[in-house]
Design a protein around this ligand. Structure first.
Ligand code: NAP
Ligand code: ZN
Length: 352
């Protein structure tokens, strides 16, 4: 066991402060990674503030962070995929049972016994797992991905959650050339969804509450932008979408988007507001529309997504911040004031 520098919160209302956490020494299948960048996901904020208390109560102190990119420093004796000096990446999961039908189908994100990267029981050290707002992490090589070396690493980190969470449902629901795709909410997830939908060749429409993001949406690859608070701009698209991805972190009217789906169209929620969203079933019944959800993606698919990004030169648009600005970043995240992901430069932790 060794101590690592980190930033943690000790209650839903307290700010992040500098902390020291325990990490295990690498066992034979483990990789020890020096973290270079860690993205700030809205899920980090939901959990740091215990907003998901019903589903996943937060255990304090909490060290969030599941968009991790770094360099391998040590490997266990049985590790075959990595050597010291390699670039490596870790997302939302650090383990699963590897034997259930979900794991066998490369869908570890649905394993009933998975271990999330933070705020989950730590079977090695007891207590809970600690995430990427830290100088290093130790993870079984099966849950470590190879990171692209041709992209800006600060922009690679967010691919590990915002990237895979949007890539996976679009693959599942067959987003391709000729399809009309909507993206609701131009935040960290939403802006990655636009990049992928565009790369897959779909006609992409962004729905935003922020008129100031219109130009950016077009630059990111959208074909059209609709201001969701404007009824005319919404009605124009009634009954026309094959697929809509909703990445909104707060309560909003989901039926307004169900009504935009064509026959057999699907609306997938990846945004995870803490409170239930009422669904008007007639909107679904009349055109055999479906409403579903999706969680991150499996390890193999995450690697596939990273390789796709390397080939297509896709990374997140990031604002790089030192860890000392994490509290300010959270306040801006609540106000939808980030273009389009904060990425923490972990070198800033050295001065703590
Ligand atoms: P984010 O960067 O804060 O983006 C959310 C966007 O939603 C905002 O930029 C804003 O876009 C829009 N929005 C915010 N408040 C709104 C409101 N009251 N009404 C309508 N639109 C609103 O968050 P994120 O990191 O992308 O995460 C989004 C959600 O996905 C979070 O709930 C997060 O926990 C969840 N998530 C789920 C998974 C999964 O596996 N399913 C994985 C990661 C994250 P505009 O300014 O364009 O309107
Ligand atoms: Zn996330």
């Amino acid at each position: 066991m060794y101590n690592a520098k980190a930033y943690s919160v000790s209650s839903p209302a307290s700010p992040f402060v500098s902390a020291s956490i325990a990490r295990r020494d690498p066992t034979e299948h483990d990789v020890q990674i020096e973290i270079l960048f860690c993205g700030i996901c809205h899920s980090d904020l939901h959990q740091a503030r215990n907003e998901w208390s019903g589903m996943m109560p937060t255990v304090y102190p909490c060290v969030p962070g599941h968009e991790i990119v770094g360099r391998v420093r040590k490997v266990g004796s049985a590790v075959t995929k990595f050597k010291p000096g390699d670039l490596a990446a870790v997302g939302c999961m650090v383990d699963s049972d590897r034997t259930c039908p979900e794991c066998k189908a490369d869908l570890e994100q649905f394993c009933p016994n998975f271990t999330l990267t933070y705020n989950f029981p730590d079977k090695h050290l007891g207590g809970v797992t600690y995430g990427g707002y830290s100088e290093s992490i130790v993870v079984d090589e099966r849950f470590v991905m190879r990171a692209p070396s041709n992209l800006n690493l600060a922009g690679v980190a967010p691919l590990l959650c915002a990237g895979i969470t949007t890539y996976s449902p679009m693959r599942h629901w067959g987003v391709t050339k000729g399809k009309k795709v909507g993206v609701v909410g131009l935040g960290g997830l939403g802006h990655m969804a636009v990049k992928f939908a565009h790369a897959f060749g779909a006609h992409t429409v962004v729905f935003t509450t922020s008129p100031g993001k219109k130009e950016d949406a077009l630059r990111l690859g959208a074909d059209e932008v609709a201001i969701s608070r404007n009824a005319d701009e919404m009605n124009k698209h009634a009954g026309s979408f094959d697929f809509i991805l909703d990445a909104v972190a707060a309560e909003h009217d989901i039926n307004a988007y169900i009504n935009l789906l064509a026959r057999d169209g699907n609306l997938t929620m990846v945004g995870a507001p803490a409170t239930p969203l009422p669904v008007a079933v007639f909107g679904l019944i009349m055109r055999r529309r479906s409403f579903s959800g999706s969680a991150i993606g499996g390890i193999a698919e995450t690697q596939e997504m990273l390789d796709f990004c390397a080939r297509h030169n896709i990374a997140a648009d990031v604002e790089v911040i030192p860890i000392q600005k994490v509290n300010e970043a959270y306040e801006r995240l609540v106000k939808s004031d980030v273009k389009y992901r904060f990425s923490i430069d972990m070198a800033s932790l050295k001065s703590e």
